[in-house]
Ligand binder design. Structure first.
Ligand code: RUB
Length: 316
């Protein structure tokens, strides 16, 4: 059986792996769209062959980056919408499901933004870490409500996603102060809120996000600065309800240090974890499109979405 993955899907997978496409929500939208691309490109002769091709494409996309649960959640959504006994009906339903997923993603982010914006007051300064479209949706909604905000933006080594955040905030005319990551604690005294996103939220309320989030959260707690995570429900990790842990991606050492410089230093070990886990006690709220939750209560939403036994959040 021919289970070839369409070249356009391979290109999307490469872009996700290389972080040309990055951030949990954006990765999810791109993965769903890539499945639609696979469906459109398929010249499968039978329904079984079509399904096999779709599975091969999904598994190819799944293998790109391990931490953002929005990726498997997006793939699952498309598969659950794929229905029919002929190639044409399967193709059409998969394309429709991918479109539904994207519009749901956009709507969820807008709704989440409205909810998160209520935590921000006129005149507040927020501190950000990495680049999160969910977190920025809260800022955008607050600005739309007429609130004036300013921002302290952590650069977020080694990939400097803080620069993307800074650029977006400047486009919205928000005054930005860019700082190196290690200056965060010093600047916490000058901010009213810390605002981060999530790649995955576990059933116990732990937040998996860009490396450095947990240290920032501990410092924010020590300084008495509230910290919230903005996370659409596609960031909720169904597997953690049954005790599974979230894999933390280890990325290339060359992102941390230039190989020639490293050579000069001599024999050292370089490690580059992309994410870390913030325990629920250091997070004030998880803001979703379904409302805001103290981290320890997120399991109630997860039960409602996934049920006690099923790991299929998008069914129905
Ligand atoms: C991105 C990151 C973001 C979350 C949430 O890491 O940690 O905070 O993915 O983003 P990377 P969003 O740059 O390694 O992908 O809110 O846009 O889903």
């Amino acid at each position: 059986m021919d289970t070839e993955v369409a070249p356009a899907v391979e290109a999307v997978a490469a872009d996700i792996a290389e972080m040309e496409i990055r951030g949990a929500a954006t990765i999810a939208g791109a993965a769903a769209e890539a499945l639609a691309t696979q469906a459109r490109a398929s010249d499968a002769g039978t329904a079984d062959q079509f399904r096999a091709e779709m599975h091969a494409a999904a598994s190819y996309l799944y293998d790109t980056r391990p931490t953002a649960v929005s990726l498997p959640n997006a793939l699952r959504f498309v598969f659950q919408g794929m229905d029919g006994t002929t190639v044409e009906s399967l193709r059409q339903s998969a394309v429709d499901a991918a479109e539904r997923f994207q519009s749901q993603l956009d709507r969820a982010q807008d709704d989440l933004g409205e909810i998160g914006a209520n935590r921000l007051r006129d005149g507040d300064t927020v501190m950000t870490h990495c680049h999160s479209t969910d977190a920025l949706a809260c800022v955008e909604a607050a600005l739309d409500q007429g609130k004036d905000l300013s921002a302290v933006v952590k650069e977020t080594r080694p990939r400097n996603q803080g620069h993307i955040t800074a650029e977006q905030l400047r486009q919205w005319d928000v005054p930005v102060t860019l700082i190196v990551d290690s200056a965060a604690r010093r600047y916490l005294d000058e901010v009213d809120h810390v605002l981060v996103g999530a790649d995955a939220v576990a059933a116990d309320g732990s937040v998996v996000n860009k490396i450095g989030t947990s240290g920032l959260a501990v410092s924010a707690r020590e300084r008495g600065v509230p910290i919230m995570t903005a996370a659409q429900i596609i960031k909720l990790h169904p597997g953690t309800m049954t005790g599974h842990t979230v894999e933390i991606e280890m990325r290339d050492e060359d992102e941390v240090i230039d190989p020639s410089e490293r050579e000069e230093i001599g024999q050292i070990t370089v490690e580059n974890p992309a994410f870390d886990v913030t325990p629920p006690r250091y997070m004030d709220a998880i803001v979703t499109e379904r409302g805001q939750f103290p981290p320890e209560s997120i399991v109630t939403l997860m039960r409602e979405l996934f049920g006690e036994t099923s790991a299929r959040p998008w069914e129905g």
